[in-house]
Ligand binder design. Structure first.
Ligand code: HEM
Length: 472
């Protein structure tokens, strides 16, 4: 784009490094930490620059002010999703996260309103999460304060919240299917974020090399076979007057529209939405929870202040979302954990829906846009010493919670995370539920300096064991 020329004499040319044939600027990047390389380049080229990632010609938006201006003030113009090869293989353009145009609008609207209805239904989201938290606490108690790996159990717990919403049921922890589902999602997301998959997405010629896309599709096949079998079971028992899950609501709508050849309510969209909710809804939330437990373990003075607030406001009662407004300290901690965890540092890519002049630069319709969240959550102009973990930045001198505009872990605008409300409920109820019952300690040898991010599409902390010591 820009073709090296400007479209009018007063239009600025988007700066950027000179690309090489085929690989573009890939030789300048650390493929394991692309978000870091992109932030470093913004220090040279500024908040808007172009980059060639293999055959993808992208525009990077960096820093809170620029990302917000694009996604919020020009929400429509920046709201499309580009075609990304691996997600095209998985979803074929159906579902929500990687679908486009009217398919995306219809699926997003339906999913949001259905999740909201369940929130108000007989078994609210809050109750489903609270129930899951009780099982998690039992599991932690069984560890008797010894170091154990929390990854799989947290992933399984969060998977259960999603299956409870989408299918109306949870799995017991000793059901091998639950651990299989949780590890399938975990492994697949790791592979999706691998350098080999990045190359697969960026340079079509590398498709024929043995990459990670083959094991990814094998996992997706297994995952989707399970989802298909489960929704067919639901179809057999479907009672339109007693809808108990997202799947029931979708199937009822499918039957209502079955005469309409243009209906979006078909099996491909259902499978794709279910796959997305599982993939987008588990690793992100479970990864943030793991960050939280580890950070509290290595910042014991902060952990004990959270526990004091829990004791004062909730005591031994069941934690409820409504407690949150009386708990500014806990609220600040959870915000800082999310900011620091920076779990989707690259964000998902966007695409322009029209030709647009943005901050004096011409960006054509169909341009691949990277609204870099790493550059927002660690923006020096918004957060003092952004690489430090410091919950005080979300508190004023009277200890009241202070909102920070650049707190954007769920992104912003039309494509803002569809599960943000659910994720916030989960983070609050799980954290408070766990800190009410346990004090977390690092295992021997683990200190602040070795609580580091993993690499991948999402950035959970590198696997560390943890000790959960019962408080009473
Ligand atoms: C801490 C937890 C989570 C974080 C940090 C997070 C973050 C994000 C981010 C950064 C995006 C990309 C937004 C954009 O394109 O601008 C996204 C999209 C999405 N997320 Fe989340 N997410 C979380 C949890 C969840 C949960 C629990 C669900 C589902 C139940 C979910 C479902 C989705 C979906 C469906 C999209 C695609 C939205 C669209 O394209 O319209 N996420 N999320």
């Amino acid at each position: 784009f820009n073709n090296g020329t400007d479209r009018s004499s007063n239009m600025k040319i988007i700066p950027g490094p000179r690309p090489l044939p085929i690989i573009g600027n890939l030789h300048m990047m650390d493929l394991r930490k692309i978000h870091k390389s992109l932030v470093e380049m913004s220090e040279i080229y500024g908040p808007i620059y172009r980059i060639h990632l293999g055959n993808i010609k992208a525009v990077v938006l960096s820093g809170y002010e620029t990302v917000k201006d694009a996604l919020v003030n020009h929400a429509d113009e920046f709201s499309e999703r580009p075609v990304v090869q691996i997600f095209e293989d998985i979803h074929h353009g159906f579902g929500i996260a990687f679908s486009r145009g009217n398919n995306w609008k219809t699926m997003r609207r339906f999913t949001l309103s259905t999740l909201r209805d369940f929130g108000m239904g007989k078994r609210s989201l809050e109750e489903r999460i609270a129930e899951e938290c009780r099982f998690l606490i039992q599991y932690f108690e069984l560890q008797k304060g010894e170091p154990f790996n929390v990854s799989l159990v947290l992933n399984s717990t969060v998977t259960n919240v999603i299956t409870s919403v989408v299918f109306g049921s949870r799995f017991d922890y000793d059901n091998p299917l639950l651990f299989r589902l949780a590890s399938l999602v975990n492994e697949t997301l790791k592979l999706i974020g691998s350098p080999k998959t990045l190359l697969y997405n960026m340079v079509p010629a590398f498709r024929f090399l043995p990459g990670d896309h083959k094991p990814i599709m094998k996992n997706i096949y297994e995952l989707q076979s399970f989802l298909r079998k489960t929704f067919l079971d639901h179809l057999q028992k479907l009672d339109r007057d007693d809808q108990r899950s997202f799947t029931d609501a979708f199937l009822v709508r499918q039957q209502q529209e079955k005469e309409d050849p243009n209906s979006y309510f078909h099996d491909n969209n259902l499978i794709s939405v279910l796959t997305t909710l599982l993939m987008a809804g588990t690793e992100t939330t479970a990864g943030t929870l793991r960050w939280g437990l580890l950070l509290m373990a290595v910042y014991p003075e902060i952990q004990s202040k959270v526990q004091e607030e829990i004791e004062r406001v909730i005591g031994t009662a069941q934690p409820r979302i409504e407690h949150r407004k009386q708990m500014p300290y806990t609220d600040a901690i959870i915000h800082e954990i999310q900011r620091f965890a920076n779990i989707v540092p690259l964000n998902l890519p966007h695409e322009t829906t029209v030709d647009i002049t943005f901050k004096g630069y011409f960006i054509p319709k169909g341009t691949y846009i990277i609204p870099l969240l790493e550059s927002v959550l660690r923006d020096k102009t918004q957060f003092e010493k952004p690489n430090e973990f410091d919950p005080q930045r979300f508190l004023d001198t009277d200890g009241k919670f202070v909102k920070q505009e650049a707190f954007m872990p769920f992104s912003a605008g039309r494509r803002i995370c569809l599960g943000a409300t659910l994720a916030k409920m989960e983070l609050f109820l799980f954290f408070v539920g766990l800190f009410q019952k346990f004090t977390f300690h690092p295992p021997p040898g683990v200190t602040r300096t070795n609580v580091l991010p993993d690499t991948g599409f999402t950035t959970p902390p590198q696997s560390q064991k943890i000790c959960a010591v019962p408080r009473f």
